[in-house]
Design a protein around this ligand. Structure first.
Ligand SMILES: Nc1ncnc2c1ncn2[C@@H]1O[C@H](COP(=O)(O)OP(=O)(O)O)[C@@H](O)[C@H]1O
Ligand SMILES: [Mg+2]
Length: 396
């Protein structure tokens, strides 16, 4: 049955699915949530959550495109279809697991394969972002109204198209008593600073640099027979980071650059990992020391970002870590050491599993699109104004 947009908007509460796959390209996170249609989002409930890993072949083709291997427009067209099919599969998995048959809408991030924040100026200004898995395809494959393509409008208005989660952090995760940071360590790391009782204008948010992207790539190259992230954590814990190697890379202009700023494969992907590896080998580092150094670059660049761009604006009481990096004990213990006496915990403290957090965010962003709310903090993205992000494809 065709569901008119008005039929959805007439409801008091929504059942929605958020679909997310980040720059790590480890798999699709799907979160099924129930949330009110009205102002008070504190009643939002995460019903079920699944992660569906990408099939090896699809992951490898995505990597080729994102890491700048040769590819044609034809490859990209085909990839759109493959990713949309995989996203629709993740949607069906989470619905099956929840035993839910009727979903009002889907919010889908898609799979980023290219992210070009604005560079240059005037006639030389270039910018763009490309997410695979168009909402129209997902709507057709699921029959459910799908909101996607969230980054495009912000890029069109001169923004970075990122980060987008901070708007949802502001809606759901600010505290009355704590000056709080939500720190997402995915492929890239990004943070949202929420001073206690903050207004939207007081939020600070930006990408701090690499999250797991470099260590993932080095692990793949140095340990081709391994694979599990648990093993990666063990190896990192056994290694000893080279602070001189980390110091070399902390001098990069990306880290010094004042926000707004965002990063992707272009900054910290395959090419960066190879450069890191060649300098590490020149120092004669062992394999596990190289992995530990990559993790240390992440934690130290986060510490530096807080020092340079957050602390001048206010105090920090706690940092709540989300994303896959929160599963790496060394990542957390280093952050605790650098940031002491700030409390470092995971987002589970707020009742959200780290793997589900961003998928929930995209369900909420989609709700905001449908309600015609400006669902972006444009000061954080650098856009000239806040647009209503998201393209709506009707399900039938
Ligand atoms: N148990 C673990 N130990 C160490 N690292 C982990 C673990 N689980 C996940 N990760 C890391 O987290 C990454 C995925 O994080 P995620 O938040 O999904 O990132 P993205 O948003 O880029 O997809 C993996 O690539 C891996 O590096
Ligand atoms: Mg992921």
């Amino acid at each position: 049955m065709v569901k008119r947009l008005q039929d959805i908007l007439d409801k008091d509460s929504f059942v929605a699915v958020g679909l997310m796959s980040g720059t790590s390209m480890d798999g699709i996170d799907a979160a099924l949530v129930e949330m009110p249609a009205g102002e008070d989002l504190s009643r939002l409930e995460l019903v079920t959550f699944v992660t569906v890993p990408y099939p090896d072949e699809l992951k490898s083709s995505l990597r080729d495109i994102a890491f700048g291997e040769q590819c044609t427009a034809e490859d990209i067209a085909v990839m759109h279809t493959s990713v949309a099919t995989a996203f629709a599969g993740a949607f069906h998995s989470v619905c099956r697991q929840a035993g839910v048959e009727t979903v009002d809408f889907i919010g889908s991030h898609g799979q980023t394969v290219a992210h070009v924040p604005p560079r240059g100026d005037g006639m030389t200004l270039i910018a763009g972002t490309l997410q695979m898995g168009p909402p129209g395809m997902i709507a057709a494959l699921t029959g459910v109204t799908t909101i996607g393509d969230f980054r495009a409008a912000d890029i069109a208005l001169g923004g970075q198209g990122a980060p987008l989660a901070p708007y949802v952090d502001f809606l759901l995760r600010r505290s009355k008593t704590q000056d709080r940071i939500i720190l997402n360590i995915g492929g890239i790391a990004n943070l949202t600073y929420l001073p206690k009782n903050c207004s939207l204008g007081e939020v600070i948010a930006f990408d701090t640099g690499p999250g797991n992207m470099i260590v993932d790539e080095l692990y793949r190259v140095l340990y081709p027979k391994e694979g599990s992230y648990e093993k990666l954590s063990e190896l990192v814990a056994e290694g000893k980071p080279s602070q001189s190697l980390v110091d070399t890379f902390l001098g990069l202009t990306f880290f010094e650059h004042t926000p707004p700023k965002s990063a992707g494969h272009h900054e910290f992907g395959g090419r960066f990992a190879w450069e890191f590896l060649s300098k590490a080998e020149a120092e004669g580092l062992k394999r596990e020391d190289i992995l530990a150094s990559a993790v240390s670059l992440t934690t130290r660049s986060i510490d530096a970002a807080l020092r340079d761009f957050v602390r001048p604006a206010g105090d920090i009481d706690e940092v709540l870590v989300t994303g896959g990096g929160s599963r790496n004990p060394t990542m957390l213990s280093e952050l605790r050491a650098w940031l002491d006496p700030v409390v470092v915990d995971t987002i589970e403290k707020l009742g959200v599993p780290p793997e589900a957090k961003e998928a929930v965010d995209f369900a909420v962003l989609a709700r905001e699109t449908l309600l015609a709310h400006r669902n972006v903090i444009h000061v954080a993205t650098g856009a000239s104004r806040a647009a209503i992000l998201g393209t709506i494809a009707l399900g039938s």
